[in-house]
Design a protein around this ligand. Structure first.
Ligand code: E4P
Length: 217
């Protein structure tokens, strides 16, 4: 399973990257806003830091505008993945950009039907949003399972990039289903290391060690 980090925060990406935990990065307009940085500048910096796929999102509503913006973003670095929304125009842009040799991430996917269209349009990645479905009391994980089954039935090569991940449980469940990639905020990835029994066990070991009066070095 590949780990993408869902952020435009360079320091957070660097920290995880140094541990070998970053296979790629996803950004979106909200994350660029949060970073307070210029999109071209921060995206270039991310691309220099991480050699894997870096998603940068277009904002035009029409296919022509998305293609123009996508080609512009793709000039930033060779590892740019152009991110387009799952609309009819987004699918047209996906086909054109993909035919032109660019990697494309089709985002804001909320149904298996949408995921089929993205694969047919040549998407490199499909981004089903788990958390936002859970937010409206639907089961985001069912969507990941449905897309996995359909893509496997027909050998679609589009990678399932489980997105809108809000918890460690989301990552584990997506891994069990067989999502190819997860993208999660750095805080969620870091919290995968936490377990109450680890803390409790460490506390006990430290207390017992203090009683020995020994030092290792
Ligand atoms: C994916 O590419 C999106 O940037 C992201 O996962 C959205 O997550 P959110 O629903 O928590 O904003």
């Amino acid at each position: 399973m590949k780990f993408f980090v869902d952020t435009a925060d360079i320091a957070a990406i660097r920290e995880l990257h140094e541990l070998g935990m970053v296979d790629g990065v996803t950004t979106n307009p909200s994350l660029i806003l949060k970073s307070g940085r210029d999109i071209a500048e921060v995206t270039r910096e991310i691309c220099e830091l991480v050699p894997g796929p870096i998603s940068a999102e277009v904002v035009a509503a029409d296919a022509e505008g998305m293609i123009r913006e996508g080609k512009h973003l793709a000039q930033i670095a060779s590892n740019i993945v152009v991110k387009v929304p799952l609309t009819w125009d987004g699918l047209k842009a996906c086909r054109a950009l993909s035919d032109d040799g660019h990697m494309v991430n089709v985002t804001l996917c909320f149904s298996p039907a949408q995921a089929i269209l993205a694969a047919k349009a040549g998407a490199t990645f499909i981004s089903p949003f788990i958390g936002r479905l859970d937010d409206i009391h639907l089961d985001g994980m069912d969507l990941i399972a449905d897309i996995r089954e359909i893509y496997d039935n027909y050998g679609f090569e589009t990678e399932i990039l489980a997105a809108s991940i809000r918890s460690v449980n989301h990552i584990v469940e997506a891994a069990k289903i067989g999502a190819d990639v997860i993208t999660a905020p750095p805080s969620v990835i870091k919290s995968m290391a936490n377990h109450v029994l680890t803390d409790k066990g460490l506390e006990q070991f430290n207390a017992d060690w203090a009683k020995t009066g020994q030092k290792i070095v």
